[in-house]
Structure formats: C-alpha cells, structure tokens
Design a protein around this ligand. Sequence first.
Ligand code: ADP
Length: 290
Amino acid sequence: MSHLKINQLSKTYPNGTKALVDVNLEITTGMFGLLGPNGAGKSSLMRTLATLQEADGGSAFLNDIDVLNEPDKVRAILGYLPQEFGVYPRITASQLLDHIAVLKGITNGGERKELVNYLLQKVNLFNERNKSVKGFSGGMKQRVGIAQALIGDPKLIIVDEPTAGLDPGERNRFHNLLAEVGEEVIVILSTHIVDDVKELCTDMAIMNFGEIVYNGKPADAISSLNGKIWRKSIDRSEKDHYRKMYKVISDKMVAGKPQIHILEDANPGEGFVNVEPNLEDVFFKEIHYR
Ligand code: ADP
C-alpha cells in the first residue's frame, strides 16, 4: 500500500499567477481523480510531484520519500504520462519501450526484452510492436504512453489529461487499462473531463484557481446534493432572469434549447423538476470562473 501526503504545497509563477495555494491532499493506492477546469493548477501540481518543477513552499511525501528534496528517489518509482506524449522519432513501439527501459536503468538485455514484451501484451499492442509509433492512432499512442510509464515498477503513476483527443472506443480501452493498473499502485488522473473521474476514480479532488475546493469520494459528493438539483428548459432570452433569481450551476444546450440546473434546498416551483444529481453538478457547484 502506497501513500502520498501533500502538505501546504504552494507555487506562484514569476508573473504573479498563483498556481498552487496551500494544497493539502492524502492519496493512497487506487485511482485518484484530480478534476478542474483549464488553468486550475492541475499540471502545476502534477509537474511538481513528478519533480519537473519546484514548489515555493510546503511538502510532499511518497511513503518515506521527501518528494521536493529527493527527486532521484521519486523518479526511480514514478511513472509519468505527460499531457503531450505525441512526438516520436520514427521508431517502432518495441524499440521505443526498449529505449526508455535503458534510460530507466534496465541494462540487462534479456530482462529488458522480457519486460518490453510483457508491457506490449499488457497494453494490447503486441501485434503492432514492429510498427512505427508515428502512424499509431491517438489511443494507441496513449497506450504506449502507459506502457512506458509502467517501466521500473512504479509506485506512483501520474497521467495528465490522458483522454483528450481519444474517440469513445479508444477512451474505453484506455480507461480499462488504467483501472487495471490502479489496483496495485497510486494512479493520479488529472483531467477536466468529469466522466473520466466518474467512471474510474474512487477518490477525487476538485481544483479551482490553485485551491482544492473539494476532496472526497465522488459518490459522497453526489449524494450531498440529493433533492437539491432542479432542472428546467428555458428560452435563451430568459437566462439572465434565472441567473438573477437562482443559483444556476449549469447551463447547457439540450436538443437546441438551453437547459439549466439550479441548486435549491426547497422546490422552487416555476416548472422546475427535481433531478438526480450527478458529478457534473458537483463540479459546477464547486468551481467558478473569473
Ligand atoms: P491546468 O493544468 O489545470 O490547466 P496549469 O497548472 O497548467 O493548470 O496552470 C495554472 C495557472 O498557472 C494558469 O493560470 C496558467 O496560465 C499558469 N501557468 C502555468 N504554467 C506557467 C508558467 N510557466 N508561467 C506562468 N504561468 C503559468
């Protein structure tokens, strides 16, 4: 069982942007979802944990490793799939994984070959192993990305916005693979896609403007809104009226017409119907835009 404890982590960029504001989190083995809109600070947190950038203050411990002060120890047990894992030289999947295994210190050729074949099978790319990665689809590339992140028997795997650009079938396959990996190690999945977290994660945090605004189980967050979410289809011209009258937490087009969700303890009348809350309601309740 691995354990990551983040304490009062902060980061302000030289231009004054506060990307991390006293972040506190405790994460154990399993799939952890870090959800937030673009610019929330997710990548800043992921890069800090991956020892690719420094924090201004606070601490993070992965088991007994001091993440901020012992980067080499972290790197030895870290698997990282960055947001942009799309630039490859013209080499095959097998060669790419072999190369990264060398970089990660697996010098024994026989051991490396065995590992690479095992990983190719695990991410379901064994039959494609001798094809150029350049020609792979987005989903196949992400699976190569996971395979390389698994080299070196990591205890912590960080995946940053992994499903952007995948079609629904590829996304499903990628989800299944992540869920399997998450049975043994800590997997932090950073994403702005609510459904990724809903489908995969047992624990999550929501980030907004560098702060953790929710930390808990998706199911608990959803049930805390039971009975309080009300839906109505309105005319576009009525939007301002409803925004003034109610706490409108989401507003989206359904079959060409705006449909709003509001948060109210009691029945607001006016033709609103009570609906089952979902994780998107939680998300829009917790975040705000400036
Ligand atoms: P997310 O991953 O949630 O989209 P980021 O961590 O990338 O968020 O960014 C958080 C905030 O920090 C944003 O306002 C972004 O513009 C800013 N930011 C990110 N990287 C830098 C940087 N190197 N210099 C200045 N500002 C940055």
